[in-house]
Structure formats: C-alpha cells, structure tokens
Design a protein around this ligand. Structure first.
Ligand SMILES: Cc1ncc(COP(=O)(O)O)c(C=O)c1O
Length: 454
C-alpha cells in the first residue's frame, strides 16, 4: 500500500476517529503493515508497537498460521449461529475451559470486550434473581478508574468520568468504590494497611447498600486503561472472601489481563483467585479477528437450568457471537501462545522490563511510579518530588518523543481529567530482550528530552 493514503487533500473528517478532537485537524498515523513486534506507517517508517495495538496483539503481527486457519474456515463455512455451533466454536470452548482456572467450565462467545462485560453483567443479574427469587440482587459494585467498555451497561461499571459525563445518566444500580491505588491514595501505608482500608470501604458499601440488593462486584485484576493499577497482594484474596460471605458474584474483567499478558494465563492467577464469572477478549484472538468470551462457574450456569416452562434459560443471542472464522483464528492463536511459550516469555521479559523502568524511575524525577506485571506496565509522570501529576501537554510530549524515536506507547487518556499522566506499555508477548532494551532506552531519551525543557 502506498503513502498516498494520506494525500494532502484528504478530508480528515470523513472517518470519524475515536478519542480524537477533529477540530485540531491533526493527521492520523496510518498503519499499513506489521511483522513481529513492529508496524509500518504509510510513509514507510517503522515502529515498535509497545502497546500491541490496544493491549491485544499478543502473538505479534504477521502470524500466517492464524491467517490460514481463518481463511480455510471462511471457505468451508463462513457463518453459522451458536445455536447450531461450528466445530471451531466447540473446540475453542473446550480448549478455553482447559486453560481457565478450575471451576470456570461454561463459555459463551461474543465479539468485543464490551459485549463480554454486558454478558457477564446480565448473566450475574439473572443468576442472582433465579438463585434468590425473594430478593432483588441487581446492583453491581465497581471501582473508580476501572474500565469495562463503551457500551452503556459496561460504561456504567466503568469508573472514569471522562468516558461517562457527556452521555450520562447511565443505567442505575452501579456503586463505585476506591481503586487499589497505593501510590496516590495510600502513600505511607504498607500494602496490607491499604488493603485493610479498601476492604473496610467495600464492606461498608455492601452494608449501606444492603447485601440482598447486590448481584456482583466487577474488577480488572490489574486496572489497565485507567492507569495500570496493581493491587496489594492480599487485595483480591480478601475481596473474594468478602464476596463469598455476602453471596456476591465476583466478575473478573480479564479483557486485558487474559492470555499471558501479566505472565500468567489469567491475571487473577497472580493471586490464586478464581472469579465466578470472567470476561475475555483482546489476546483471545490476538486481535486477528473480533472475538470475546464470558466464562461462568457451575453454580452460575446451574442457576439457568430448569424446565422449559420455567423460562430460566439464557434468553439472548448475538448474531456474530462465536463467529466460526473468529473461533478458528482464536484456536490457532491459543495454540501459538502455548507452543511458543509466550506466557513464560511475558513473565521473563516482564522482569527485565520492570527492572529497566525502575532504573529510569530512580534516575528521572518526572517518573513518580512504575508498576505492572508481566508485559503490562504503567509509568506515572509527576512534577518532581510529589504526587502532582505532570500536566497533560508534557505527558503528550513524552509520547510524541517516543513516537519520533520509533516507539508507540499509550496513556490513560479520557479517564479522570487530572490523572491522565500514566504512560502505558504492553508489547506483544513475543518481545525479545533487545526490544525491551530499546523501549526502555527510548523512554529514557524521551523523558530526558521533556525534562530538559523545563
Ligand atoms: C478491561 C477492559 N474491559 C473491557 C474493554 C472493552 O473491550 P472492547 O474495546 O473490545 O469493547 C476493554 C477495552 O480496552 C478493557 O480494557
């Protein structure tokens, strides 16, 4: 494809791009090809994609095996609904259940992370209504700064004013609590003291709302787009216990953290915690096709069993959910993740990445905090010596300096206005140590360039 995709006379307003202020008439970076961890723009410039698209191209670009599996399936049978499932959908469900933490044994397929969250929320509400017919367990507890998607149900669970305020009111029944942000909210406390405070808030919220009104609590094992917020080690085990005590279903939104991203197959495994319901997308197909999933425990699944006249079955369908071509691509993607040992590679490269980023934090006063697991990292930029966030213009400059030097990174944009100061990194899981060094080295140069301007 040639560079003439972005001709000078191209009308920049025809393709209405997300998260973009069109009045600025800023020309987009047009990406035309990719191989491994690298992508190429329409002018022929190459970049390390240190965000794997949007945290999703886990196996990297240009994996012909996935392409062939998808093409063969499209020739054989391009479409059948999940009510008459295709072999790839059946096999993928079986494969997933083999990978998921024990206890999650029932899978539905959807097309995007947001849909998986919608599904999880409606499954939780219907399951709770059918398990507790005399109660009204419909509310959902979520965390500020968390992200769960752009559809209205998932957006309700999202705790980011920047994504919500201009389209509110959303659905009623969401209650938000503090995120496990030990850097900003609990400076000076030990991790377990921070957990004590967070658990006290959660329990108080449950009591004040009324346990019999709450269906579920939803959370990302590590908050991703909200600024890579890693909880203290005892946080999720204690949340799990509390949810069990009140019979509140725990939903893990593993849309980012699934499929090796954090150095384990699923993020919750870092703390040995299994949810009742899990959502997945992104790394499930490494972005080669739109594909998402919701998995549920026996207890949740069994709440939908009954006689036909009871009307307790799952009464929804997504036309494209479990699309045969997407499932064929997903299946081959999971084979590659396993054969190439990419979960282990994420853990090993993640250790290097974390060490490199911490060394930068010790060197540059603009870096206030570095946090992450596996190949999911956040670098929080501050004014030197405190918690005051680096102003957005400077944060954007660091990103621009990175891009100028051939590294595409992200940041937590349109989340909580003053707190959009976290750079995000999530390279494909095939990344090698030389490429980690290149990303870290380039970040050092980019921060230096911006720090030097003060
Ligand atoms: C944790 C989480 N949940 C849900 C979503 C929504 O996924 P999608 O953009 O595929 O709808 C995202 C997207 O980034 C996410 O990070």
């Amino acid at each position: 494809m040639s560079g003439n995709m972005v001709r000078p006379d191209w009308d920049l307003d025809v393709l209405w791009r997300p998260l973009t202020q069109h009045a600025s008439q800023q020309r987009p970076l047009v990406i035309v090809s990719g191989k491994g961890v690298r992508v190429v723009d329409s002018a022929g410039r190459e970049y390390i994609d240190a965000m794997a698209g949007i945290w999703c191209v886990n196996v990297g670009y240009g994996e012909e095996r996935i392409v062939r599996a998808a093409a063969e399936q499209m020739l054989r049978l391009p479409y059948t609904p999940l009510t008459r499932p295709s072999p790839p959908a059946l096999r993928l469900a079986e494969r997933l259940v083999g990978l998921l933490p024990a206890g999650l044994r029932h899978v539905q397929f959807l097309n995007s992370g947001s849909e998986a969250v919608e599904d999880a929320l409606r499954v939780a509400r219907q399951a709770q209504r059918q398990r507790h017919p005399r109660e009204n367990r419909s509310k959902v507890i979520a965390r500020y700064r968390g992200y769960h998607g752009w559809t209205l149900g998932a957006l309700g669970a999202t705790g980011q004013v920047g994504r919500k305020e201009r389209v509110e009111p959303l659905l009623p029944g969401y209650v938000h609590i503090s995120p496990p942000d030990t850097f900003r909210l609990f400076a000076g406390l030990s991790p377990s003291e921070a957990t004590d405070r967070l658990l006290a808030e959660l329990e108080q919220t449950i009591e004040f709302e009324g346990p019999s009104t709450i269906a579920a609590m939803i959370g990302e094992p590590i908050i991703g787009g909200g600024g890579v917020i890693v909880p203290p080690d005892d946080y999720w085990p204690r949340v799990r216990q509390l949810c069990d005590r009140y019979d509140i279903l725990l939903i893990f939104d593993e849309v980012i953290t699934g499929f090796g991203r954090t150095g384990t197959w699923f993020g919750g495994q870092n703390w040995g915690v299994t949810p009742d319901i899990m959502t997945m997308a992104k790394g499930l197909s490494s972005g080669y096709m739109p594909l998402a999933a919701m998995a549920a425990s026996d207890a949740v699944f069994d709440a939908f069993k009954g006689q036909p006249a009871d009307g307790v079955e799952y009464a929804q369908i997504s036309t494209f959910g479990g699309h045969p071509v997407a499932c064929a691509a997903g299946l081959e993607n999971l084979r590659l993740l396993a054969e190439l040992n990419l979960v282990d590679n994420a853990a090993q490269m993640g250790a290097l990445f974390g060490a490199g980023l911490r060394a930068l934090r010790d060197k540059f006063p603009l870096i206030g905090d570095v946090r992450g697991k596996g190949l999911m990292w956040g670098v929080e930029l501050v004014l030197p010596g405190g918690l005051e966030p680096l102003p957005a213009a400077k944060v954007n400059q660091v990103l621009a300096e990175l891009q100028k030097r051939g590294v595409l990174a992200g940041k937590n944009s349109s989340t909580v206005p003053r707190l959009e100061n976290v750079l995000t990194f999530a390279p494909p899981l095939i990344v090698k140590s030389e490429e980690i060094d290149q990303i870290v080295g380039t970040l050092g140069e980019a921060v230096q360039a911006v720090q030097g301007q003060r």
